[in-house]
Design a protein around this ligand. Structure first.
Ligand code: BGC
Length: 736
């Protein structure tokens, strides 16, 4: 986010005219309150729904008789800086009050969770990251930005950049996986896509990178849990994507719920002030996560709400998403000198900057002609095509024994599993019911593609199996395609799972299907890496489909029938069994690396390696790697790395060539391997190409435990290959 001098002057001149109350108003992110229809506070109603005192049906009835309070009087009085909202007509009404009726006419930020698409839903992040396609990351983000803006949203709570290495954590689905470098490339592309070059162009929005920081490292993958790590690990792994996003100009950040080494991220001066603002020079603002400040009381770091608010503002948290902590307590705290006015001014300046930069003062409204109330309009054709491309590129072929896939078009396909006939589940977490209208289920996708298919529900992630349907499916089809996995509610926020094998009776279903003697193809629909050791051993072909968005059915049908050749890779390692998470390829070296021998870092009763390691994914063709060469460039600032890639199979295919590095001896223990670069290469059958990478020496260092970046001379290993496991390697001596 770069402002001109004139824009900065505008920010200062507004700030100079503001009263204390108006300043505090800017730090308040308000959400519409639900009123009427019930006589307990709304929060309690939600609790009653959660603990079962209220059924969904009863809740629905109450909601139908309630209305929303948009806090118009507070907006008019300058007590609101931003609003949660997803209604363009309402957004214009509220904006009009802010602009025309408040004393200073400061427009509102309108924020919403547009995580992987608004009207047009594209794949969940963990899936899209596996396409390793930076250009695609950017294009899907700008599509989402365009739809958001037309829908009255000018601030997106995305991208989610949490490195996640424990697949029990439900929010693995929302982010780009286990690797910091892939995460950083994803971050840059998403920020470019959401924010564009010229933010005042009304097709773009302010991004909000989240959750800052290390939320993905929550202990044992249990959501909202504590996080402990060294400073070196924080900087090398968990901060890389955020650093990249700031360099790309991210306008805002959201502080995460977790504590980091004992200090909750909402009140953490080291991460907020020292690293993000003073260190990286972020000029935008930081918002709390929902109730994040208030929860510091439950964390036991603040005596009460007032104390939490004071700690948060002083630490560098600029806006409160939650129950009015800043609104209720900041005035007295500033008047008593417990929050210095300069700190409040700094927060307000940052918020105003985003508003000025977005051009909201000049163009506060959604123009009438471009208003899209998406609940009742169609997905634009080009957006739907892009959603299809994203789904196609994110599919990962995990296993294909005897080239069972692609299927012969004439074969009779028994399509099994409730997920195969579902439109609601394919869009994944953060989906809304009205998005389903344009969804293509897997069943519909196969039917549209002209497959000879018949559907038998048989069972799903929840509920019982139907033996009669299983019998019929086996009898009718030449081949069985079983679509199994997780519902959309089984991943995402507050959806950690201790058991990450196929939920419910689905493994039993697979066993019954295999017992019939028919060939079985497993298509997975899930929001996290699952423990698939048993499936890998027994099922001949496995296609990982994740939650791929509105065109999932078309993409899966094209892959099954061979109209497309899968090219996705997994952005997160898959375990064979429960109990071996966290699991990630770029693990620090140990003195006794896991091996078959007993006295090594392993379990007695589980494999020591991932079943499908990061970067792994098959194709209907085959690629061979040879001739890895590493040469220091003239001038000595970088290495040129070349290799030969050949398509040795019978059809065109696209491969993601990955470059990894290992520092063989350093002053701190370093990872066994870390991704540095990747490149997608498309080759015709029989074609061969030289692939070339440039690795800058500046990119060969690491952060120590004081957060300092070090470049240390010595021996390094370069790896290149088609996954983090299968690589060519070469050692080099490096002098910086
Ligand atoms: C989530 C955030 C989200 C926010 C606003 C929170 O519960 O953790 O990711 O942006 O709600 O909806």
């Amino acid at each position: 986010m770069r402002l001109t001098q004139e824009q900065e002057r505008k920010v200062e001149s507004i700030l100079a005219r503001m009263t204390l109350e108006e300043k505090i108003g800017q730090t308040n992110l308000e959400s519409p309150s639900i009123v009427g229809g019930f006589d307990v506070p709304f929060e309690e109603l939600i609790e009653m729904l959660t603990d079962g005192r209220l059924s969904n049906e009863e809740f629905g009835k109450i909601m139908a008789t309630s209305s929303r309070d948009y806090h118009e009087d507070d907006i008019r009085a300058g007590r609101v800086g931003a609003m949660m909202g997803d209604d363009p007509v309402k957004a214009n009404e509220l904006q009009k009050i802010a602009v025309e009726e408040s004393r200073l006419g400061i427009p509102l930020l309108m924020g919403f969770d547009v995580i992987h698409g608004l009207r047009t839903v594209y794949p969940i992040a963990i899936a899209e990251a596996g396409s390793f396609d930076d250009d695609l990351f950017e294009r899907t983000a700008s599509m989402a930005a365009k739809e958001s803006r037309a829908h009255g949203i000018n601030w997106n709570f995305a991208p989610m950049l949490d490195v996640a290495r424990d697949s029990r954590w439900g929010r693995v689905s929302e982010g780009p996986g286990e690797d910091p470098r892939l995460g950083a490339r994803f971050a840059r592309a998403k920020i470019r896509g959401l924010q564009g070059d010229t933010a005042s162009d009304r097709n773009y929005v302010a991004a909000c990178m989240k959750h800052y920081v290390a939320y993905g490292a929550c202990e044992s993958g249990r959501d909202y849990n504590t996080t402990m790590m060294s400073t070196s690990m924080l900087h090398n792994v968990y901060l890389e994507a955020f650093r990249a996003a700031v360099e790309e100009g991210a306008a805002s950040a959201m502080a995460s719920f977790n504590d980091l080494n004992g200090v909750p991220c909402s009140v953490n001066p080291y991460t907020l002030r020292t690293v993000l603002k003073d260190g990286y020079g972020m000029n935008g603002f930081v918002v709390s996560d929902a109730n994040g400040i208030k929860e510091c009381v439950a964390h036991g770091i603040a005596a009460d709400e007032e104390d939490a608010g004071i700690q948060a503002m002083n630490a560098g948290l600029d806006m409160d998403m939650g129950p009015h902590i800043f609104k209720n307590y900041l005035k007295k705290a500033v008047e008593e000198g417990r929050v210095p006015m300069e700190i409040l001014d700094d927060a307000v300046r940052r918020i105003l900057r985003v508003k000025v930069w977005l051009g909201l003062f000049e163009n506060p409204y959604v123009p009438e002609e471009s208003i899209r109330t998406y609940a009742d309009s169609n997905v634009p054709e080009e957006h739907s095509t892009l959603a299809l491309e994203a789904a196609e590129k994110s599919l990962v072929l995990l296993k294909n024994e005897d080239n069972l896939l692609p299927l012969d078009r004439e074969q009779k396909i028994s399509l099994v599993g409730k997920l195969a006939d579902s439109r609601t589940e394919i869009i994944g977490a953060w989906a809304m019911s009205w998005q389903e209208r344009d969804c293509v289920s897997i069943r519909e996708g196969l039917e549209k593609a002209g497959a000879n298919v018949r559907y038998f529900a048989c069972g799903g992630p929840e509920g019982e199996l139907d033996s009669e349907e299983i019998r019929q499916a086996a009898e009718w089809g030449d081949v069985i395609v079983a679509v199994l996995g997780e519902t959309d509610a089984m991943s995402g926020e507050a959806s950690s799972r201790a058991d990450i094998t196929l939920p419910g009776k689905q493994r039993k279903l697979l066993k019954k299907l295999l017992k019939t003697g028919k060939k079985v193809v497993l298509v997975l629909m899930n929001g996290r890496p699952l423990a698939l050791g048993w499936e890998d051993q027994h099922v001949p072909a496995i296609l990982e489909g994740w939650h791929l968005g509105i065109r999932m059915g078309d993409a899966v049908a094209a892959a099954l029938l061979g109209d497309l050749n899968p090219e996705g890779k997994v952005a997160s390692s898959f375990p064979a069994e429960n109990g071996i998470e966290p699991l990630y390829y770029n693990h620090p070296n140990t003195g006794r690396p896991g091996s078959r021998s007993k006295f090594t870092s392993r379990y007695l009763d589980a494999p020591f390696e991932a079943l499908y390691p990061f970067g792994f994914g098959l194709s209907y063709t085959a690629f061979s790697y040879s001739g890895l060469k590493v040469k220091e460039e003239e001038g000595g600032g970088a290495f040129e790395i070349t290799l030969r890639l050949a398509n040795t199979g019978a059809r065109e295919g696209t491969e993601t060539v990955q470059l990894y590095l290992q520092d063989k001896a350093a002053s701190l223990v370093r990872p066994v391997k870390e991704l540095k670069d990747y490149m997608k290469v498309t080759l015709k059958a029989g074609e061969e190409k030289t692939v070339r990478f440039r690795l800058s020496k500046k990119d060969m260092g690491f952060y120590d435990n004081s957060g300092k970046y070090l470049l240390e001379d010595g021996l390094f290993k370069i790896f290149a290959g088609g996954s983090s496991r299968d690589c060519l390697e070469e050692e080099i001596m490096v002098k910086f």
